[in-house]
Design a binder for this molecule. Structure first.
Ligand code: FE2
Length: 401
């Protein structure tokens, strides 16, 4: 199991994991993967100023943790503590919604690129187009959540800055809807997500694109980005409170160790808490120049290990329930050897989503064939795969239904 601990708890024999979490926003996270050899290693890590570290308890030398507990079992265990969410059924099939959602996603990427460039170059942004775009995204989510959530996985590495803003916006709306919020609040969560990193446009490039770990002074500058975005939008006027709170508080942590204000627990607004979960999930599952994307179920399992520290108690569990153990767009192998793309999450039984079979049992590409795993007794998901490694493009497969 992946667990986040303070470096004060780090011991020789523990196995450190590189999660790919950006050290740009987490310079105090030690992420040099491998076994910690000795007490002097531990001292060095602490002396270099690292405060936190992710460890994999299954790979430690202590061997106390039961082997063979999969991420799926951890996630299933987390979900057993939650009540049945009451499923919001899609209004249209995902294939029908996918066409509209693709056009909308591309339009929103162009808009997001525009606002970040304007903010950087002119110090002002035209926010008037944001509301209709967010309303359209909400419409798509209401018709069939799976289309936009699937598209969020198609991100282009070069466009990360923009797709990340959009994904945080749309996933915040999806999560908020799952939590039972109405359309007005959901649209505000969408706007907060879209603008959450606006302040980064004012952070100097030598910090924002630094190829090395930031110095404490540089990190102080970086920590200013939520406040810069917040101040800009507050001065501009007419921006709803939830949007301002979401932008200002998306890096606050439940345990008070976040920034910029070090708020803790219920001091953090609901919008701030939701954005914090979604922001980390999208960052972990994104492909970046310097890292491969983490598989969604691994990212969720890792975030489950951060519950009660970074995130409000219970919130990660609900996010897992919202996305499913195998979120839409995940590539999985069945016990039959067939490979599939998850096309619709099953919120009642997250281990049994709807899938599209895209490779036959011998690993040969085949024309996509839908299969509902719900109620199947002999066929089940055996493992989750890296789509690139097996040559499957989940977006194309989903669009091809
Ligand atoms: Fe941020």
């Amino acid at each position: 199991m992946l667990k986040k601990i303070g470096t004060v708890e780090l011991k020789p024999g523990m196995f450190v994991v590189d999660t790919g979490i950006s050290w740009l926003e987490n310079p105090y996270l030690y992420a040099h993967e491998g076994l910690v050899g000795s007490e002097s290693d531990v001292r060095r890590i602490r002396d270099e100023g690292y405060l936190e570290v992710f460890i994999d308890t299954r790979r430690s030398l202590f061997g106390r943790d039961p082997d063979g507990v999969s991420d799926e079992e951890i996630l299933s265990g987390a979900l057993q503590q939650l009540e049945d969410p009451g499923v919001l059924e899609p209004q249209v099939p995902v294939a029908e919604e996918m066409r509209k959602a693709t056009v909308l996603y591309d339009t929103t990427v162009r808009y997001a690129r525009g606002i970040m460039d304007e903010m950087r170059d002119k110090g002002v942004v035209d926010m008037s187009e944001a509301e209709p775009l967010v309303d359209s995204m909400l419409g798509s989510i209401t018709r069939n959540t799976n289309a936009l959530v699937g598209l969020a996985k198609l991100r282009n590495v070069d466009e990360y800055t923009y797709t990340h803003c959009i994904n945080v916006g749309l996933l915040s709306m999806v999560f908020g809807r799952h939590l039972g919020f109405g359309p007005v609040t959901l649209a505000r969560l969408g706007l907060a997500g879209l603008f959450h990193d606006l302040g980064k446009a004012r952070i100097p490039d030598d910090i924002l694109k630094s190829p090395r770990r930031l110095s404490p002074d540089e990190f102080e500058v970086m920590k200013g980005h939520p406040g810069i975005g917040f101040e800009y939008m507050r001065e501009r006027g007419g921006v709803p409170e939830e949007v301002l709170e979401g932008v200002y508080e998306h890096h606050e942590k439940h345990n008070g160790l976040g920034y910029p204000r070090g708020l803790r627990g219920e001091q953090i607004s609901v919008a701030g808490r939701i954005l914090a979960v979604v922001d980390v999930y999208d960052a972990l599952t994104s492909r970046r120049v310097y890292k491969e994307p983490m598989l969604p179920h691994k990212a969720l399992s890792l975030m489950y290990g951060m519950r009660g520290q970074d995130f409000s108690p219970g919130l990660v569990e609900r996010f897992i329930r919202c996305l499913g153990i195998y979120p839409v767009g995940s590539v999985v192998e069945l016990n039959t050897g067939q490979r599939c793309v998850v096309s619709e999450a099953n919120l009642r039984n997250p281990l049994q989503p709807r899938v599209l079979i895209v490779h036959d049992s011998k690993g040969r590409p085949c024309s996509p064939r839908p299969l509902d795993l719900a109620g199947q007794t002999a066929v089940r998901i055996a493992t989750c795969l890296d789509p690139v490694g097996v040559g499957i493009d989940p977006g194309r497969a989903l669009g091809a239904m």
